[in-house]
Design a protein around this ligand. Structure first.
Ligand SMILES: *Cc1c(COP(=O)(O)O)cnc(C)c1O
Length: 391
């Protein structure tokens, strides 16, 4: 078995080979066939690559080959965004009358699928405290078909015990989906822990250059076939050029994540005891309440951390204004550092009460460390924290 950096570079070598070292971009909406038999065969293929681009494209298949090998799953598929990966999965796997369990602390779009979209379709949902595996068990009903997990979670970096929940789900014939966007397969491989389907916002670390919106799903063919059948109907197809860019980004995923891990840990350690900071949330810190679990299921802790400023809402906003390298932006996982103050971003979206109920403190800042030099990033946040003390 080749190492992860080798896999990222070579796993697609035999998918639609040509003699070009960098794969061509198959910028075509459709493919022709030699005869009726060949046409019938490519039309019927699940997750195929040369019938019609909404059904699949060689650029999709190359991305999928690398993702499946990185995640250690039988197969993989590509969607137009992370949210398309999630909604296509739930629409493919559950029906009216079914029940789905999710986490209280989860990406905003996932929360909205659980709290708004699924109930509107007659699918009931329960959200639980992910730090307690027992809470998942208590939420199980005879109608539960699916459990959605995300570890570490956005933006509080809480860890879910993936093996414990996977075992519980298996014993009850429930399918598990884990959002592995924050950890990436470099730091954690949920399928090795028993999770059925692993998904990503490939917009983040997998692509890594903040120039593509994409999603991926990895898992057993039997489940992905059901999701793919729905994907053909929802039509959330990734453009061939975006798939090509994503493949190019993934070539360096292991290299980049190594630096993201180093930067995330260095920032967390530098800020942990700073007088302007009340608390740092980062699973790599020994002070993280689930550090032991994080060490068990992760080999690195990623580039995202969350800080609580002592001075609350105004301090968090001012801190962002002092940063030189991290720009105010909603994304993460790219080579450039980005920072967001959720409470001020949500002012236009949520009521004061909804912000209070989110469990995210008003003074919380999420920092997504890029791949810049560690000393530059540490110097930048320490200078911003010092300025905050003199405000
Ligand atoms: C960004 C993100 C998503 C949504 O992905 P898109 O590509 O923006 O649709 C889902 N989960 C997590 C953890 C994310 O950070």
């Amino acid at each position: 078995m080749a190492g992860i950096s080798t896999v990222a570079v070579h796993a697609d070598r035999n998918v639609h080979p040509s003699r070009a070292v960098a794969p061509p971009i198959y910028q075509t909406a459709t493919f022709w066939a030699e005869d009726a038999d060949q046409f019938a065969q490519v039309a019927a293929e699940s997750r195929g690559k040369d019938f019609y681009t909404r059904y699949g494209n060689p650029n999709h298949a190359q991305v999928a080959a690398v993702v499946a090998e990185l995640e250690g799953t039988e197969t993989a598929m590509v969607t137009a965004s992370g949210m398309a990966a999630l909604t296509t999965s739930v629409l493919g796997l559950v029906s009216a009358g079914d029940h789905v369990i999710g986490q209280q602390a989860t990406y905003g779009g996932t929360a909205s699928v659980l709290l708004n979209l699924l109930p509107r379709l007659g699918i009931s949902t329960t959200v639980v405290d992910q730090t307690d595996p027992g809470a998942f068990e208590k939420a199980l009903t005879p109608k539960t078909r699916l459990i959605l997990m995300e570890s570490p979670s956005n933006p509080l970096l809480q860890v879910t015990d993936l093996s414990a929940v996977a075992a519980l789900a298996k014993a009850n014939n429930v399918i598990t989906l884990a959002d592995n966007t924050f950890a990436t397969p470099v730091n954690s491989r949920p399928a090795d822990l028993g999770i059925d389907v692993v998904w990503h916002s490939a917009t983040k670390y997998l692509n890594g250059h903040t120039d593509v919106s994409a999603g991926v799903l990895a898992g057993p063919a039997e489940i992905l076939d059901r999701i793919w059948d729905t994907g053909v109907l929802t039509g959330a197809t990734l453009g061939p050029f975006d798939a090509w860019l994503l493949l190019r980004g993934m070539r360096t995923l292991p290299l980049r994540v190594e630096r993201h891990n180093a930067n995330g840990l260095a920032l967390a350690q530098a800020l942990e005891d700073h007088p302007a900071i009340a608390k740092v949330h980062y699973p790599g810190l020994t002070s993280h309440p689930q550090h032991e679990l994080a060490c068990k299921q992760m080999s690195g802790f990623g580039g995202v951390l969350a800080l609580e400023l002592n001075g609350g809402f105004e301090a968090a906003d001012a801190f962002l204004g002092h940063l030189r390298y991290s720009r105010r932006s909603a994304s993460l996982g790219g080579v450039e550092s980005l920072a967001v103050h959720p409470a001020s971003m949500w002012r236009g979206m949520l009521s004061d009460q909804q912000i209070a109920e989110s469990g995210v403190p008003l003074g919380l800042v999420r920092l997504a460390a890029g791949t810049e030099d560690t000393l530059d990033l540490v110097g930048d946040v320490l200078a911003a924290a010092e300025l905050e003390l003199t405000r």
